[in-house]
Design a binder for this molecule. Structure first.
Ligand SMILES: [Zn+2]
Length: 381
């Protein structure tokens, strides 16, 4: 997950903004104030152009936000719960906790954004007509130009988002149609992601050609967008495969059961000799009076000076276990993996309802299981 700044809540959805947005905002305002508007409506003051650029960029931001809220609101109405939207350079990403379970839902959620942008484009177009009608002869040409720009940019947003590459809206629409036809969300996602990557590659090549022919900034933009799309297409496909592979699996199904534990009251030097050297594990759960109290990792040992290994006890060097930092046998593996990624932790001890240690689950265990399942699936074909 990338970092962002929380802005506000609307319709039960928290809206965050990615840091990249500030760069885009200023780049946009700048190129509008010094390039676009002076060309569209000449002979205005520099300050006017700056104000126009700022206002137009701000409203562009609001338009992108409305587009994203349309997706999320539709998703929420259809029973998927979206709690957060993060606005990135090229739009936004709604954090779907669940994938849509029918092609119909997928289609509706995907199309809601471009539809909202279409309504906005129409509104700004009408507004421009009104402005030109009420203030004839170009007396409000600045306002007219800003409103006209917003009508155009919403059309651009639709065109860009309807590119048929997953995870863009167009790719999602394509995935929904393919999914409805074949009945397989996996095949549909693969196809949509391949098209997405293909398009991204074209964009990158196009960008390099532009750079070679002297259009450096435009070319750079095309390359950047291409790279972003390529990663998104690849990432979302892998994420889906992961979700599908791990669906329905419980922690108890794949955890390591025979856990080697260390007592809390022995010195680190003893643990190094008797445990780390003998078992080659990178961490050991620590027990005190039969109960799990912490986790001693190789990293914890490294933090203690070697001369103090004889005098430092395990319980002084270990990480204490907070109730949050354990898994239960009945937890889903997917949930466990999300938790590990979120907390930046490689492994969690598994405890039963009474607090007894029953196993340990690491990210590696989960990856191994996924590889194993993938290999079995290959053989079945
Ligand atoms: Zn969209």
């Amino acid at each position: 997950m990338r970092g962002g700044i929380r802005l506000f809540r609307v319709l039960g959805i928290t809206v965050s903004i990615d840091y990249t947005w500030f760069i885009v905002f200023f780049l946009f305002a700048w190129s509008l104030a010094y390039g676009y508007f002076p060309q569209k409506v000449p002979d205005m003051s520099g300050t006017s152009y700056l104000v126009m650029g700022g206002v137009a960029s701000l409203f562009l931001f609001i338009c992108v936000l409305i587009h994203e809220i349309a997706h999320s609101y539709t998703a929420n109405r259809l029973g998927l719960d979206v709690k957060e939207i993060t606005l990135f350079i090229f739009g936004g990403v709604a954090q779907l906790t669940k994938e849509p379970d029918t092609p119909g839902k997928e289609f509706k959620i995907a199309i809601a954004g471009p539809l909202a942008s279409g309504v906005l484009a129409a509104l700004f177009y009408l507004l421009r007509l009104v402005v030109d009608e009420v203030y004839p002869g170009g007396t409000m040409q600045g306002l007219s130009a800003v409103v006209g720009f917003l009508a155009t940019i919403n059309i651009v947003l639709i065109v860009f988002n309807m590119i048929p590459g997953f995870p863009l809206d167009g790719g999602r629409v394509m995935r929904a149609i393919w999914w409805a036809k074949t009945g397989s969300i996996k095949d549909a996602t693969r196809a949509a992601s391949v098209v997405g990557k293909g398009f991204a590659t074209l964009l990158i090549v196009f960008g390099f050609l532009q750079i070679i022919s002297g259009l450096f900034i435009q070319g750079l933009w095309a390359v950047l967008i291409g790279v972003f799309l390529q990663q998104a297409a690849e990432g979302s496909y892998r994420q889906l495969i992961m979700k599908m592979t791990l669906e329905g699996m419980k922690v108890a199904d794949i955890m390591t059961r025979n856990v080697v534990t260390v007592p809390a009251h022995i010195p680190i030097s003893t643990v190094v000799e008797r445990f780390f050297f003998n078992y080659h594990f990178v961490s050991f759960p620590v027990l005190k009076n039969g109960r799990l109290v912490g986790l001693l990792t190789l990293n914890d040992v490294r933090k203690v000076d070697k001369e103090r290994w004889h005098t430092t006890l395990v319980e002084e060097a270990m990480e204490r276990i907070s109730p949050h930092r354990v898994l239960h046998p009945e937890d889903s593996v997917l949930h466990a993996l999300m938790k590990m990624i979120e907390d930046g932790v490689g492994r969690y001890p598994v405890v039963d309802r009474r607090g007894n240690l029953v196993g340990i689950l690491s990210r590696r265990d989960i990856m191994k299981t996924m590889e194993f399942k993938a290999e079995l699936a290959e053989k079945e074909k």
